[in-house]
Ligand binder design. Structure first.
Ligand code: C2E
Ligand code: MG
Ligand code: MG
Length: 620
């Protein structure tokens, strides 16, 4: 025994076999003892079982690392025990070495079939037992390692897959977010933020597409409608921008509801909308749509706090295949819209090519006007205003003219509307105001009249609504050193109506400064006598169309006494414009009118001629 132990000692233990737990199952106690001894001597932990049932129970308690299993046992033989072990997931991996005294082929096959890994025949060879046990323990260890490595590998693959899946999901999310952002950016770039309608850029894109389609396929005709709200500024100025915005949204929704899904409605900016109508063969089809729109827009808009009425002017351009460029079409519709406005607003107009020529001319005028301001090509003419009580000149009205280098003198009626439209009027008005105050100061000093000469200046709505108007007037007054009471500012009724709140405020401020305010062209606009009480100006200028008829039996003539009467009752002075005949003067005197202005006294004159006239102190 001793020498055997010595002989076997060296190869054993490199893998810590003493830790290994071996279960020996044999119904022969002698075999059990023998095997236990030799294995224990090799450092193994050994448990014993005398029958199959004990062996199975022992396995349930603690899993052995290897089982030496006798085949021939009463009740349950080794094959059956092995089958039980292999059937149980917990024990199926335990290597089983059969112990058998029978060394025949059939049994070995049966042993392997039952799940055994090896067999040892009795009588036992000491070395054989040890070698086989060691070999299978090593195999088992290797298997376990491989299985562990496999598990680890699987785990790593799983983790890596998860990481990859996560990274992929992250990437997908980023791509989605970027696409969303892109879509949002594109939407913002192509839509009006207030109404969410397509903007000019998108409209032009769609127009170009329609244009191309019409070129490619005969019969795919279309029309462009250019819509501009009338008096929208009044809403903005009187009810505020928030209400203005609310109204624009409501207009957008109402327009949308009238169009088909193929039509394109866009907001071009401000109160301007454009519509692209598809499948339009004849201009009257587009006109029908325009009529319907005008009719619908004329219904009141019920906003959150106000009920608002609005009108619009529409220009129509038909998309003919011979049009040169899509943008020309929008321009033509725009031109036609201006024509609709000029014809009295609240209507539509269909573009015809002759209008383009006129539009070009007005563009030319616009350019020239800008240059005229730079080059100071303007001149002020002065028209006397006569006191009907004394018959003498009491003041004058300053009337601007444009001395065009090639076209000669251009009347304000010709260029003032354009100057108003393009925003140059305020500059012109300021220049006239300054020039007038300078002249007035010079003439007042020279004449030394007991009642000093007065000067009247026309103010456009642009200048009137300019924030620093009052300061500008102050500066001019102090620079020219004239008495504010001798300065009169003329505004038309429409200016007052457009800026009611502002007008009230400015009238008060002007009153504080003792500057006079005149309502010009009375009778041509709203002609509301009740407004005169709301806006207590100092003088009322009755429009020349009333005075012209004073010598005839016309309905307008009958209104003049009433106007004079009411104005004077409120405390206003009355000036009659357009006094052309002696009969006019006579009638006005009878009606107790305060002042007169007209060709009968003098036409507007240049400063030199006017001063000469002043010096002669004419009396009428
Ligand atoms: P307004 O302010 O009503 O000026 C009176 C217009 O009537 C002047 O025309 C004057 O020449 C004309 N007029 C005067 N007496 C008679 C007459 O007996 N018969 C006739 N048929 N006409 C007479 P004008 O100078 O052509 O000015 C036209 C309008 O242009 C002015 O009407 C005024 O609204 C505007 N305007 C003139 N100068 C300025 C200015 O400096 N600034 C602004 N914003 N508008 C101006
Ligand atoms: Mg005037
Ligand atoms: Mg007038």
């Amino acid at each position: 025994m001793l020498h055997l132990q010595n002989f076997l000692s060296p190869p054993i233990n490199p893998m810590n076999l003493e830790q290994k737990d071996i279960l020996i199952v044999d119904d022969t106690p002698m075999n059990l003892r023998y095997l236990t001894r030799i294995l224990t001597e090799q450092g193994f932990q050994v448990r014993k079982a005398l029958n199959g049932q004990m062996a199975l129970t022992a396995c349930q308690t603690t899993l052995p690392d290897l089982i030496l299993l006798d085949i021939m046992m009463p009740e349950m033989d080794g094959y059956e025990v092995c089958q039980h072990l292999k059937a149980d997931e917990k024990t199926c991996k335990i290597p089983v070495i059969f112990l058998s005294a029978l060394d025949d082929v059939l049994d070995k096959v049966k042993a392997f079939n039952a799940g055994g890994v090896d067999y040892i025949t009795k009588p036992f060879q000491f070395e054989e037992v040890i070698i086989r046990v060691q070999t299978h323990l090593k195999l088992r260890d290797a298997e376990q390692k491989i299985s562990q490595m496999n598990e680890e590998l699987e785990q790593r693959v799983h983790e890596r897959t998860q990481q990859l899946e996560q990274a992929n999901a992250e990437l997908q999310r980023e791509i989605r977010e970027r696409q969303q952002l892109q879509t949002q950016l594109l939407h913002i770039a192509l839509h009006d933020p207030l109404t969410n309608l397509p903007n000019r850029a998108l409209f032009m894109e769609r127009l170009a597409a329609a244009f191309q389609e019409a070129k490619d396929h005969a019969g795919c005709d279309f029309a462009v409608l250019f819509l501009d709200c009338d008096r929208f500024k009044v809403v903005n100025d009187s009810l505020g921008h928030l209400v203005g915005d609310e109204l624009l949204i409501a207009i957008a929704r109402r327009l949308e509801s009238m169009l088909t899904s193929q039509d394109i409605l866009a907001r071009l900016g401000g109160d301007e909308f454009a519509i692209l109508l598809h499948s339009i063969q004849e201009s009257h089809q587009a006109a029908q749509v325009a009529e319907k729109i005008l009719q619908q827009l004329s219904q009141p808009f019920q906003l959150s706090r106000y009920e608002v009425f609005i009108n619009a002017s529409i220009g129509i351009a038909i998309g003919a295949t011979d049009s040169v460029k899509p943008e020309y079409l929008l321009r033509d519709a725009d031109t036609a819209m201006y024509r609709a406005k000029a014809q009295g607003k609240g209507r539509y107009h269909i573009f015809d090519p002759s209008m383009h020529q006129q539009a070009l001319q007005s563009l030319q005028l616009e350019n020239n006007l800008r240059r005229a301001i730079e080059r100071e090509e303007f001149i002020v003419y002065y028209q006397p205003i006569v006191s009907l009580k004394t018959g003498k000149i009491s003041g004058f009205e300053s009337l601007v003219r444009w001395q065009h280098p090639t076209q000669g003198m251009i009347s304000p009626a010709h260029f003032i509307p354009v100057a108003e439209e393009i925003g140059l009027i305020a500059l012109i008005d300021l220049w006239v105001l300054k020039t007038t105050c300078m002249q007035l100061s010079r003439w007042q000093t020279h004449l030394q009249w007991s009642e000093p000469l007065t000067g009247s200046v026309n103010l456009s709505s642009r200048l009137f609504s300019e924030a620093n108007l009052l300061e500008t007037i102050d500066t001019i007054l102090s620079q020219t050193n004239i008495n504010p009471q001798t300065l009169k500012l003329e505004i038309t009724e429409s200016v007052m109506m457009e800026n009611q709140k502002l007008t009230k405020y400015i009238i008060e401020e002007l009153k504080n400064k003792k500057i006079k305010l005149c309502i010009d062209d009375f009778g041509t606009g709203y002609s509301s006598l009740s407004y005169l009480e709301n806006f207590p100006a100092d003088c009322l200028k009755i429009d020349q169309s009333f005075i012209k008829h004073l010598d005839q039996n016309s309905p307008k003539r009958k209104l003049v006494p009433g106007i004079i009467n009411i104005a004077q009752t409120i405390g206003m002075e009355v000036i009659a414009e357009g006094v052309e005949k002696a009969q006019h003067l006579e009638s006005l005197r009878t009606l107790n009118c305060d002042f007169g202005q007209g060709y009968y006294f003098a036409k507007p004159l240049d400063s030199q001629s006017f001063f000469t006239l002043l010096e002669t102190t004419p009396t009428w």
